[in-house]
Design a protein around this ligand. Structure first.
Ligand code: ADP
Ligand code: MG
Length: 303
């Protein structure tokens, strides 16, 4: 019997429509813009990996988590870093355990060949995220996070795996996915990813949200803050993003800032006071020169 062609791995159609994707992501607490809902739906419908690029803190990682939560899939994450290699990404052999077995059985009657087969079996394999995602019996969302931090070689490995969703372990043979994982690759664009990888994926750029969407995100993530204050918070953050800062505040920081106001018991007696903004700017901005630049631009009083 010929092996099942890998391309027939079931493409899990998880979302019925763009609206369905938006609604179900929303139920998990992820508020998707039109472009996020559309591209997520298409990536699923076409069975293509989703490459998400954009500045830090705009909801790239969170999107993968939300897709997993919305579809009841297991999230398997490969966190990339400089030097991440095949043995960390795909699989490695458990050398310590192999050595123990060799020591225990080297005098056994079966001989070296049997021992070698034995120690290169499943029992001694340590699956890393990519192999774990391929082998999983249950539906999986595979998150390859911050791919731009990894060396370019890892892209070659990903291309192979994302091409046919199978992995060959020389000692064990070829392992093909039964469920095609929903793959999300994220990048902060600190380096260009290869054209070959881009071609394989659907591309989604997530930028800072519109004021309207950001207000809804803040209301959801920092419940209890007065509506007028939420609007002021978002207006302030959006203003700061227009300045040329080293690190513009992200959605994560907007939410932190809103929670700060809640913690301080801020009430809606008009706009945010200049003193309040000055004293808490460190929640939004993480570099002293950014804080100084913002203080000038916003005309904040000296402390
Ligand atoms: N669309 C969104 N809906 C809800 N929360 C969001 C959204 N975008 C960003 N966030 C918030 O921002 C935080 C940071 O998002 P994250 O996915 O970690 O950013 P990134 O991976 O892009 O650096 C999340 O934990 C979440 O609280
Ligand atoms: Mg992230």
């Amino acid at each position: 019997m010929s092996p099942t062609p890998p391309s027939s791995a079931r493409v899990g159609v998880r979302f019925d429509s763009i609206d369905d994707a938006r609604d179900r992501l929303g139920e998990t607490g992820y508020l998707a813009s039109d472009s996020i809902a559309t591209t997520t739906f298409l990536a699923d419908a076409l069975g293509k990996p989703l490459l998400v690029e954009g500045p830090a803190g705009v909801g790239k990682t969170e999107l993968a988590k939300a897709v997993a939560a919305a579809t009841g899939a297991r999230l398997i994450r490969l966190q990339c870093y400089e030097g991440v290699d095949e043995s960390r990404a795909l699989y490695e052999w458990n050398h310590a355990k192999q050595l123990l077995r060799i020591t225990a059985e080297r005098d056994s009657a079966d001989g070296w060949d049997a021992l070698r087969d034995n120690i290169f079996s499943d029992e001694f394999l340590l699956p890393r995220p990519l192999l774990a995602a391929i082998r999983s019996d249950e539906p999986v969302v595979l998150l390859v996070d911050e791919l731009d931090k990894a060396d370019v070689e890892i892209e070659g490995l990903l291309l192979e795996i994302l091409g046919d969703f199978q992995v060959t372990v020389p000692e064990l043979g070829t392992i093909a996915a039964t469920h095609r994982p929903f793959v999300v690759l994220t990048s902060n664009a600190t380096r260009e990813l290869s054209e070959a990888l881009r071609r394989r994926c659907l591309f989604l750029h997530i930028d800072y949200p519109s004021a309207e969407l950001e207000q809804r995100i803040v209301t959801l993530r920092a419940p209890g803050l007065d509506e007028a204050l939420v609007a002021s918070v978002v207006r302030l953050v959006q203003r700061l993003r227009e300045l040329r800062l080293r690190k513009a505040p992200s959605v994560a920081e907007t939410v932190d800032w809103a929670r700060t106001l809640l913690a301080l018991g801020a009430t809606a007696d008009g706009d945010l006071s200049a003193e309040l903004v000055r004293d808490n700017l460190g929640v939004l901005l993480k570099h002293q020169d950014d804080i100084e630049r913002a203080a000038v631009a916003l005309d904040l009083p000296a402390s």
